[in-house]
Design a protein around this ligand. Structure first.
Ligand SMILES: [Zn+2]
Length: 267
């Protein structure tokens, strides 16, 4: 039964909610017990969810290691709520957790540019005003090529200068920069409804429209399937000369009217 789409949604929500409530994913045996099904059937369901990019299994395709925005493995971010502590997968994921769990959380990480510890309070219903920047390295169309790598390189930095320092040291191509307001909007809205049965992943067109609404346009955000890129400096198809524009979202997106206005249907 567990591989029917309806039942898959139940399994997905069970995994996500367990993460939200305890900070850890359920073991496959616990999923089997919850739904009264065998382990083979459970693993088949988890693998279908993995293959649909709705969660990430380990190399044995058995244990859940990520169910965005949560991670079972440390990837550089800690998110502390009132009673539970989570590993946030990345800057994008960590900023989404407070809205999903409905409580203010302390998000902590290190600036990859200088190693300084950074800690930010992130609220479910009010954007973060910290003077930090986020840098995303892997373009949207390539994020699922190696989702763990992509998540580990969506980081918070002290400043644009420290992003530049890190890029010079690592020789990675420039990705995109976001201010904290834009990161907060992106994160809280992207994952809206994630804990409900009705949630479904956005289609590529819906995702593009969503990014555009936040002012996130350009090759980095274009999620059209790209051919496998060359390795080395020009990997991911982004030239080194790509200007890194600091994405600052329109302040009107923050007005009380804008916050309560009906949003375009987003899964
Ligand atoms: Zn720094």
């Amino acid at each position: 039964m567990a591989t029917r789409m309806d039942d898959l949604a139940d399994v997905r929500v069970f995994v996500y909610r367990r993460f939200a409530e305890t900070g850890d994913p359920p073991a496959p045996e616990e999923v089997a017990a919850q739904f009264g099904i065998g382990l083979d059937e459970t693993l088949a369901a988890l693998r279908l969810l993995h293959d649909s990019n709705l969660l990430v299994l380990d190399a044995e395709r058995r244990g859940v290691i990520m169910a965005h925005p949560w991670s079972a493995v440390p990837l550089g971010f800690v998110v502390a709520g009132e009673k539970v502590k989570w590993w946030g997968g990345c800057a994008w994921d960590s900023f989404a957790i407070p809205a999903l769990v409905g409580q203010k959380c302390l998000v902590a990480t290190h600036c990859p540019g200088c190693g300084r510890a950074l800690a930010v309070d992130v609220c479910p219903d009010e954007p973060t005003t910290a003077e930090l920047v986020a840098h995303f390295l892997v373009p949207v169309a390539r994020m699922w090529d190696d989702v763990r790598f992509a998540c580990s390189h969506q980081s918070l930095f002290c400043s644009e200068e420290h992003v530049g320092r890190w890029l010079r040291e690592t020789r990675y191509p420039r990705g995109v920069l976001l201010d904290m307001h834009t990161l907060w909007l992106l994160a809280t809205r992207w994952y809206e409804g994630r804990l409900t049965r009705e949630y479904r992943r956005r289609t590529p067109d819906e995702a593009r429209a969503f990014f555009r609404e936040l002012g996130l346009v350009g090759p980095f955000w274009d999620n059209a399937p790209a051919p496998p890129g060359p390795s080395g400096g020009e990997r991911w198809g982004l030239p080194r000369t790509e200007p890194a524009l600091l994405a600052r979202s329109d302040p009107s997106l923050l007005s009380p009217e804008a916050r309560t206005a009906p949003r375009p249907a987003s899964p």
